[in-house]
Design a protein around this ligand. Structure first.
Ligand SMILES: Cc1cc2nc3c(=O)[nH]c(=O)nc-3n(C[C@H](O)[C@H](O)[C@H](O)COP(=O)(O)OP(=O)(O)OC[C@H]3O[C@@H](n4cnc5c(N)ncnc54)[C@H](O)[C@@H]3O)c2cc1C
Length: 335
């Protein structure tokens, strides 16, 4: 392991100034991802800026939104009363991730910024455009059972244009993509608020960049705007093992229902793209309609028309479609 400086800032401003002049500096929160990457030689920061003493742990509901500090633990968020009652989709997604022990260490900021679990990214002997830009993508023509089926340029055969076939690993981010979420960041130029849909990136260019965070920027909080989805939301995760495994496919569904009809609908998919994949047209397709398996099958198949399987993951097309139908039925309360 390369030697690095370990720093412990007392304020947010101090943390940002420590990172500002050094592109190789990294913030460390729970360390459950970053330390693994350092041990394997995938990340070699020159400075490790330990942010655990910063006042970023608060979870509170204010005005029209739930504000969750970047250092709030995944386990604390999942059981917080305001989260469970107002945003149960987020609580469900968090509880579907990792294990109890990991959730007790992992933070919201770290979860947002965790890196892909693609095995080519983790193997220093193999090519990976994300780890080493320009070296190629081992998953292209390699083992790609767990890789993406949706790409930038959805519907235009975007695989050719994509330089990274890896998928985003977070469960939490799938739920946050389905509902309206703002990521609050602080950096050398002050505070910025980034919509969740613009925070994580697709992989057309610069797959080494997972997010649109600027140099030295620190995530300070996420804000989930109030919505009317609490009674009809569901997170469904399909994986190889019942626990302690990343999603092959996951679905976050949020419906607003009244009088037996759907009045607003949101859906995001995990395990299928370089970032959680939002199904933008679903609201138009479901609004004003009574829920039924046939309707849900139609909307799922509509979205899957723009999916494109690689050599090893054709199974994901049917799996994703079926998972969408199952999650929509559960959220709508029909059998
Ligand atoms: C065995 C195992 C199984 C797992 N299974 C799942 C799973 O099923 N689903 C799932 O979603 N996740 C899973 N995870 C991933 C886990 O959720 C992440 O490792 C965790 O959320 C990262 O949080 P952390 O606080 O430990 O981040 P760290 O490891 O401390 O940091 C991760 C990255 O975020 C950056 N960072 C951290 N905080 C900030 C901040 N506030 N501002 C800017 N940058 C920041 C760091 O610089 C680093 O690049 C698993 C992990 C392991 C080890």
């Amino acid at each position: 392991m390369k030697p690095f400086q370990y720093l412990r800032p007392k304020t947010i401003a101090e943390a940002i100034s420590m990172a500002a002049d050094d592109p190789e500096a990294r913030y460390i929160a729970g360390g459950t991802n970053l330390v693994d990457l350092m041990k394997r030689g995938i990340a070699s920061p020159t400075k490790l800026i330990d942010i655990n003493h910063l006042p970023l742990k608060k979870i509170e509901h204010r005005y029209d939104r739930l504000r969750i500090g970047a250092l709030a633990l995944n386990s604390e968020v999942a059981k917080h009363k305001a989260v469970v009652t107002r945003q149960p989709l987020l609580a469900q997604a968090l509880l579907a991730g990792a294990s109890g022990q990991l959730r007790n260490m992992a933070t919201v900021g770290g979860n947002l910024l965790q890196r892909t679990r693609c095995s080519y990214f983790y193997d220093l002997a193999l090519p990976c455009n994300k780890r080493k830009p320009g070296s190629g993508c081992g998953a292209e023509g390699g083992i790609n059972r767990t890789h993406a089926i949706f790409f930038a340029g959805n519907g235009f055969g975007g695989i050719e244009k994509s330089s990274c076939l890896a998928v985003h690993p977070s469960d939490m981010c799938v739920a946050l993509t389905a509902v309206d979420t703002v990521v609050v960041v602080n950096g050398p130029d002050g505070e910025r608020r980034i919509q969740m849909k613009d925070f994580l990136r697709l992989s057309t260019q610069q797959p080494e960049l997972d997010t649109n965070l600027g140099p030295g920027e620190l995530v300070t909080a996420i804000e989930v705007l109030d919505n009317a989805f609490a009674k009809h939301s569901h997170y469904l995760k399909v994986r190889d093992r019942a626990s302690y495994a990343f999603a092959l496919v996951s679905v976050a569904v949020a419906l607003q229902m009244d009088g037996g009809r759907i009045w607003d609908a949101r859906l995001a998919l995990g395990g299928v793209a370089h970032k959680p994949w939002r199904y933008w047209a679903i609201d138009l397709m479901l609004r004003g309609k009574a829920p039924s398996e046939q309707l849900f099958r139609e909307v799922a198949e509509h979205e899957m028309e723009s999916a494109k399987a690689l050599e090893g993951n054709a199974y994901k097309i049917k799996l994703t479609s079926n998972a969408m139908v199952a999650a929509l039925k559960t959220a709508a309360g029909i059998s």
